[in-house]
Write a new protein. Structure first.
Length: 259
């Protein structure tokens, strides 16, 4: 895919998200497929018409959308944003395109915490994509980390993925470094809070940024984990996440899979 094509997909995805703030239906009408659109956010109704139908309510609620970073991988566009409706939230949206139109959407939303334990925010940090030529290697590295460490297949490899304790952490309750990660996991264990990854559904990357979409359990509830990593010189250097509980079946507004 050429750079122009990538930029075009990003432009379309951003325009669709920004329409949630403006209430203007033009981008949705132009860039979302009229029949094929599959909505994986189970709190929403399926299809393009449902999205169009929600615009007036979203605008009335004073919805704001601020997009901080974007990455493209083939026909997938990932947007990492701050939403403000009924309070500030961090969001990661994934759009899949076919023939230039959006045909599928996944997302995770989480209440925003103003400051993390190491005084970052949940969204700050680098936004410019580097190392495009290392995309495949970085995706392979992150997939390996998620499988070996987060899924627990080979936890003894933990230190090999990092440059010592150099690790910037944007997760809202975890401090920087492997030391911060160890402390957070210990605190969860002491509170008997379960934390388990069970299925890896997607790995999407561009340059030094890689997103993984996983399914698991957090505090006894089925949960979707969206983890965004920045890789530097073959080591994981930075991490953002958006974690959201999966709705029980009786509260879902569409029958599509969460993943």
């Amino acid at each position: 895919m050429t750079l122009n094509n990538q930029n075009e997909l990003v432009h379309k995805a951003i325009a669709v998200l920004e329409s949630l703030e403006s209430g203007n239906p033009e981008a949705i009408t132009a860039y979302v497929h009229p029949e094929k659109y599959i909505q994986h956010n189970q709190a929403l109704l399926d299809g393009r018409e449902a999205m169009l139908g929600a615009l007036a309510h979203l605008k009335e609620a004073g919805t704001k959308v601020s997009i901080k970073r974007a990455l493209v991988d083939g026909n997938y566009v990932v947007l990492h944003s701050v939403y403000d409706f009924f309070g500030p939230k961090i969001a990661i949206d994934i759009f899949r395109f076919e023939n230039g139109l959006i045909v599928e959407h996944w997302d995770n939303l989480q209440e925003m915490v103003e400051k993390t334990p190491s005084n970052h925010t949940m969204i700050d940090g680098p936004v410019t994509i580097q190392d495009i030529d290392k995309t495949d290697a970085n995706k392979t590295l992150v997939k390996s980390y998620v499988e070996n460490i987060l899924f627990g297949k080979n936890p003894d490899l933990l230190n090999t993925y990092f440059d010592g304790d150099r690790y910037i952490q944007h997760s809202p309750h975890i401090a920087d470094g492997l030391s911060g990660l160890h402390a957070a996991l210990q605190a969860l264990a002491e509170k008997n809070i379960t934390f388990e990854y069970t299925h890896l559904h997607q790995v999407i990357g561009q340059g030094d940024f890689v997103l993984t979409v996983s399914e698991g359990v957090f505090d006894g509830r089925p949960t979707a984990f969206y983890d965004l990593f920045r890789v530097e010189d073959g080591k994981i250097a930075e991490h953002w996440d958006v974690v959201e509980a999966i709705l029980p079946a009786e509260k879902r507004n569409n029958s599509n899979s969460r993943f």
